[in-house]
Write a protein that binds this ligand. Structure first.
Ligand code: RP5
Length: 181
């Protein structure tokens, strides 16, 4: 199952139906309104050629569906889960409670509290159920962290990560060169 086109609920539904390699990363969100926040991270997963699946599973609106999804991913061969939610953002933590996989939470800026509510909801987990948490809206780092996790077991992803970091370093050094000239 692989997400190929992202940008609307219809695209996500379509992606759920597409066959392909077994997903190594599962991406879930509380609402399709979180897709905009996730799009940068989904692009990173695509750029690194990671097989992934995208699902909408709300901790509050569809709690049974969320738990079913988490249990399914736990058995599926998936190696990491990215979960994005805003406001009372219980999705990443609840998914983490159901699986033994690493879960990475993305706080979405979804309310008048500008994402601080989401951040604290995700990061303040009780002892025993860890949930890695990236900065507010930073789905890029969530994807990069998931790829680093894959790199532990799959050298091709570790190699791609090294190349990515090398490229980034060279870009910064090139800009510094421009400053000097
Ligand atoms: C959360 O509530 C979702 O993750 C989303 O960030 C927020 C708002 O959802 P909608 O009302 O836009 O569907 O559950």
């Amino acid at each position: 199952i692989r997400a190929e086109r992202i940008g609307s609920t219809e695209a996500v539904r379509e992606s759920e139906l597409q066959s392909g390699p077994t997903p190594l990363v599962a991406v879930t969100m509380g609402s399709d309104s979180d897709l905009g926040t996730l799009s940068a991270g989904l692009k990173v997963l695509k750029d690194f050629d990671v097989p992934f699946v995208v699902r909408i599973t709300s901790a509050h609106r569809t709690p049974h569906h969320m738990m079913q999804f988490a249990a399914e991913m736990n058995k599926s061969g998936c190696k990491a889960i990215i979960a994005a939610a805003g406001g009372a953002a219980h999705l990443p933590g609840m998914v983490a409670s159901e699986v033994a996989l690493p879960v990475i939470g993305v706080p979405v800026r979804a309310s008048v509290l500008d994402g601080m509510d989401s951040l604290l909801s995700i990061v303040q987990m009780p002892r025993g159920i860890p949930c890695a948490t990236v900065g507010i809206g930073n789905s890029t780092n969530a994807a990069l962290l998931a790829i680093r996790i894959l790199g532990v077991a799959f050298p091709e992803y570790a190699d791609k990560m090294k190349a990515y970091q090398e490229k980034m370093k060279n870009e910064v050094l090139a800009k510094d060169e421009v400053m000097l000239s």
